[in-house]
Design a protein around this ligand. Structure first.
Ligand SMILES: [Zn+2]
Ligand SMILES: [Zn+2]
Length: 346
């Protein structure tokens, strides 16, 4: 089988490897689609996380079809379409037992961050996955379904944490950075909250995408302060979700917050927020650093998608095009999510 493997810092390529054989409790999936994430670039450029064993196959956003059942797996059938809950956990703590492997207490010392992040992932013809990580996703377009597992799940988890603050009509939520995650966050905010949604991006195409996903107001960064003031009667935003989290976007996000508003830092763009009192954050501000989401939340995201309320924007490419897709993502040319499809142009 083919696999897109990282072999060292900045070194990645498509190679032939042996088909893996599922052990007890495992399932082998034929990969139908694997999303390409900004985290993949971070991992590639930084030489992977500390202590991860190389090489490994990239790809943590996976939709697949059950191909081979390992010993003891009896509640799935060959041919079932599933998505993968990829965050890695110790498997023994209470949070892991509850499906919250994204917040495993031992996260700092684990040998991997997830499937495709330290252990073999889905940018391949097949992938091995523990049964417990699989969520059925029948009837969904595989390309869209793949994006639900990180872009969708991370956005859902980020929004779910501020539903209360956005329950009232007249509340204002700002999405900074309308990329692979941000466009789904706009749709999820519309589905789960009563907020007026303001989308902020530097790119025209991203703002058009935000509008199609249901954003009420679109703005370039330099006009965002005036737009938020206009729709909030001058109060500022109840919640600002920053999907870029570079220095410029975080500075903007902080400036848009209402008194006792909530800043949700979703991206990993390397920017910093000074937490001082008094300081740039308003009185009563809350700060959250959500990471990915739980298995239960992934099932909820799949449910939303099956109801047709998630406007996924994804573009499909063959596995052999992976190098080029990574380069396009690096240059900021991907609008929505890029997804690799092993069966395409193989
Ligand atoms: Zn990711
Ligand atoms: Zn754990």
């Amino acid at each position: 089988m083919r696999a897109y493997r990282m072999t060292g810092t900045g070194r990645v390529g498509l190679v032939e490897v042996a088909d893996p054989v599922p052990g007890p409790g495992q399932v082998r999936l034929d990969v139908l689609a694997a999303g390409v994430c900004h985290s993949d670039l971070h991992v590639l450029d930084s030489g992977a996380g500390s202590g991860w064993a190389l090489p490994f196959t990239l790809g943590h956003e996976i939709c697949g079809r059950v191909a081979v059942l390992g010993p003891g797996v009896e509640d799935l059938a060959v041919g079932d379409q599933v998505v993968v809950h990829a965050p890695y956990g110790c498997g023994r703590c209470a949070r892991c037992a509850a499906g919250m492997t994204n917040y495993c207490d031992l996260r700092q010392s684990l040998p991997a961050a997830g499937i495709g992040l330290g252990i073999d992932g889905g940018m391949a013809d097949v992938v091995l996955v523990d049964r417990a990580r699989l969520v059925p996703a029948p009837g969904l377009d595989p390309v869209e379904a793949a994006t639900l597992t990180d872009a969708g799940l991370t956005s859902f988890h980020a929004v779910a944490g501020c539903r209360e603050a956005l329950a009232e009509p007249g509340s204002v939520a700002v999405v900074v950075g309308v990329g692979g995650l941000g466009h789904l966050a706009v749709g999820i905010l519309r589905a789960l909250t009563a907020a007026h949604v303001v989308a902020v991006d530097t790119r025209d195409a991203a703002l058009e995408l935000a509008e199609r996903c249901g954003a009420h107001s679109m703005s370039r960064p330099d006009a965002a302060g005036a737009v938020v003031a206009a729709v909030s009667a001058g109060r500022g935003a109840d919640v600002v979700l920053d999907f870029a989290a570079a220095q410029a976007s975080l500075d903007l996000a902080v400036s848009l917050l209402r008194t006792a508003g909530e800043l949700v830092v979703v991206g990993s763009g390397g920017g910093a927020v000074a937490v001082t009192k008094p300081g740039s954050l308003p009185a009563g501000a809350r700060l959250r650093l959500p990471f990915w989401g739980s298995r239960g939340e992934l099932a909820e995201v799949v449910g939303l998608a099956r109801r047709g309320v998630l406007p996924v924007r994804a573009a499909a490419f063959g596995l052999a095009e992976a190098d080029r897709v990574f380069e396009e993502l690096r240059r900021g040319r991907v609008v929505g999510r890029a997804v690799l499809v092993p069966g395409r142009g193989a």
